[in-house]
Design a protein around this ligand. Sequence first.
Ligand code: PGA
Length: 251
Amino acid sequence: MRKKIVAGNWKMNNDSQQTKVLLDEILAKKPGSTPVKIVVAPTFVNLQAAVNQTNGSNIIVAAQNMHQAESGAYTGEVSVGMLKSINVNTVILGHSERRAYFGETNSLLAEKVNTALKHNLTVIFCFGEELADRQSSNHFNVVESQLREGLFHITESDWQNIVLAYEPVWAIGTGETATPEQAQEMHAFIRNLLRENVGEAIAGQTSILYGGSVKPDNASEIFSKPDVDGGLIGGASLKADDFLAIVNGMK
Ligand code: PGA
């Protein structure tokens, strides 16, 4: 069964007090029982507090990144063991901002994926084309190589710990959203790639999230598409009401 997931990527927003307030609001207002897995990804410095604050709730706290090495002389970096030691068991990898501003390539991401999976983390693996790729009708090729080079090397059992997040770069933080039809078209393409490369069972079980300017007013239409299993939400996840309206848009 594919899981329904709505994940908030808070990026470099919210100091410790703001993190606490936003989590309090989400905890107070979230539906008591929902089939949707709710994930929030605060910055590294606020992870420990967020884990403590959400203890006993069904909210999952994720990191936005991690280093590929297990430890060592990598000033300023955070390792998988550090995340695990504070009960963070989910990590977002390959976000387009990491790819664009921090030089993360498909092969580097393959290393990060390996390290995360070796330690049993769940990976939310992000990928998606830039505007020029879509304008030149190269978007399917770009997405296929991001998946082949970053992910398709993993073993069959590792796929249990993978969530895919298709995020067209031209739709991230721009207010421009892929139409529900564009999202469905790409999600169906991705699921078909999984079917051909890793088999029917994994294709049927892997959740594929859409990200890129998902808001309360467009979420339910995007989420209604058969191959869209949820969303990765940036801007709109910073307001509890908007984030939870998006969660409620996932039926
Ligand atoms: P956005 O960001 O919702 O602000 O477009 C999405 C993301 O970066 O995951």
